[in-house]
Write a protein that binds this ligand. Structure first.
Ligand code: FAD
Length: 455
């Protein structure tokens, strides 16, 4: 028997791959529903995602899991023809220049023409092309790294808003080496990120969608897993303690003990730390030093004919410097047209993130008032929504801050001392859904193969 603590996508993936390999499992989940931060609702045919809404198409694990579960026909791709992202600056929305590979420019004229950046930054971006490799460099924060290449304005108006939508994080705290290692590698190889990005573009296979998801929402992945994991016992209680039991372990949940040869801890790192403290205080300390940010989503939906304007592009990002409550907004029906019936408008706002967590303490009424004020001023939205959904996610997004790789290495070393205990989840080697599925699968493979894993 294998005990899996945590029924988010990481724990469910571990359960799936373990049962596929013939192991019996018990899943321990403290919330009434499985799926963790995946939380799909429906309203008049619109798909309303309270947590994640899609995953990167370039990472294969989620697509592969969907296929294994028979969801091939439900996989949908982002409508990249309409993929324009805007940035809010000086009272208006400005399109990200064409050809940006995140914060790295690969086309000259769009950068020259954009009102998003000043001439100092544009000249710096041009000169960056001529940077030469400078050998091994120490770990740097995202702000230090991008600031060194393109200057402060590129940090504030490109790196910070682009990353806040993924990590809800602070670029001065996040480690470039852990968050965007491919750019660090480009710097090592080419010196210039722009030259590195141009080289990478040449090797990219055209045609793959940037984002993928499931027609009826990510919740259909969770539903399919629940159905196919019919034989797995689910204990709906918080795991309170883990103890050694003979050659194996036992986990106490809701006052009952679950005996297991192996335990997969697919919970946030701080929750794993508190469970492991009696077994290894140093491991617990390391796990608890992994920071988390808190965020929330506010979705507003409108029936046909309610809005006097046509929502543009995939949506927009709001740099922290602009001091708005809304940090990002997605026009759901533009990004994934199958997610709203013809004429409906669904706007998904992202709030909170590092340093902005206080918004989670506000009442729904205050949050909605603030969001509507922002959207009135930003996109001229005056109409009260026909439907709204507010979901809070306290301490849900792991932050790969400076020293992250070292912390994870130490955690890996120490967890080896607890034979039969495995870690999975978004705290270690990637925060996206495909990364989480990978950690669950690797834990399952390690158990089947008698190894140790969190990678
Ligand atoms: C608002 C938001 C938007 C996001 N958007 C995207 C996106 O668009 N694309 C993308 O790829 N990623 C996105 N992410 C990241 C991604 O969704 C998460 O990293 C991933 O889903 C985490 O899965 P998990 O199973 O590791 O953790 P979780 O989903 O947090 O699951 C952990 C589970 O453990 C349970 N648990 C905790 N402690 C205990 C205990 N003691 N006993 C029993 N159970 C316990 C919890 O109740 C929870 O169900 C987003 C995250 C958030 C919060």
């Amino acid at each position: 028997m294998i005990a899996i603590v945590g029924g988010g996508i990481s724990g469910l993936s571990a359960a799936w791959y373990l049962t596929q390999a013939g192991h019996a499992c018990t899943l321990v989940e403290s919330r009434p529903c499985l799926g963790g931060v995946i939380s799909t609702a429906a309203w008049e045919g619109c798909v309303i995602e309270g947590g994640p809404d899609s995953f990167l198409g370039a990472k294969p694990e989620a697509t592969q899991l969907g296929r294994e579960l028979g969801l091939d026909n439900d996989l949908v791709s982002s409508n990249d023809e309409r993929r324009v992202t805007y940035i809010w600056r000086n009272g208006r929305l400005i399109a990200l220049p064409d050809g940006m590979m995140m914060m790295v420019p690969t086309k000259t004229w769009p950068v020259v023409a954009t009102p998003l950046l000043g001439w100092g930054t544009k000249i710096r971006m041009g000169l960056e092309y001529f940077r030469q490799p400078g050998g091994e460099r120490p770990e740097r924060s995202v702000a230090e790294f991008i600031g060194e290449h393109y200057g402060r304005e590129a940090v504030d108006y490109l790196a910070e808003p682009l990353l806040s939508g993924v990590y809800g994080g602070d670029p001065r705290a996040l480690s470039m080496n852990s968050v965007l290692p491919r750019f660090v590698e480009m710097e090592r190889k080419y010196g210039s990120l722009t030259r590195g990005a141009l080289e990478a573009r040449k090797r990219m296979t055209p045609g793959g969608a940037l984002f993928r998801t499931f027609r009826r929402g990510l919740g259909s992945l969770v539903e399919a897993l629940e159905q196919r994991l019919g034989g797995v016992k689910v204990a709906r209680a918080a795991a309170e303690a883990i103890e050694r039991q003979g050659e194996g372990w036992r986990v106490r949940a809701g006052g009952e003990w679950v005996e297991a040869s192996h335990v997969v801890l697919a919970v946030p790192a701080y929750a794993a730390g508190s469970l492991l403290r009696p077994l290894d205080a140093e491991l617990a300390r390391l796990l608890e030093t992994i920071d988390y940010s808190s965020s929330m989503t506010v979705t507003l939906a409108y029936r046909p004919g309610r809005l006097p304007f046509e929502p543009q592009g995939f949506g927009f990002l709001v740099p922290g410097k602009e001091r708005r409550k809304v940090r990002a907004l997605t026009h759901v029906q533009n990004k994934f047209p199958s997610r709203a019936p013809e004429g409906y408008t669904v706007m998904r706002c992202f709030l909170g993130g590092a340093g902005r967590e206080a918004v989670l303490e506000e009442t729904d009424e205050a949050v909605l008032r603030g969001v509507m004020r922002d959207l009135r001023e930003m996109i001229g939205l005056h109409a009260a929504p026909d439907y709204q959904r507010i979901v809070r996610w306290p301490r849900a997004m792991a932050q790969y801050t400076l020293g992250h790789a070292y912390r994870v290495k130490r955690i890996e070393e120490r967890v080896k001392g607890l034979r039969g205990i495995f870690l999975a989840g978004n705290a270690y080697s990637g925060i996206g859904i495909p990364d989480c599925i990978r950690t669950g699968r690797l834990a399952a493979e390690a158990i089947s193969g008698g190894r140790n894993a969190i990678r």
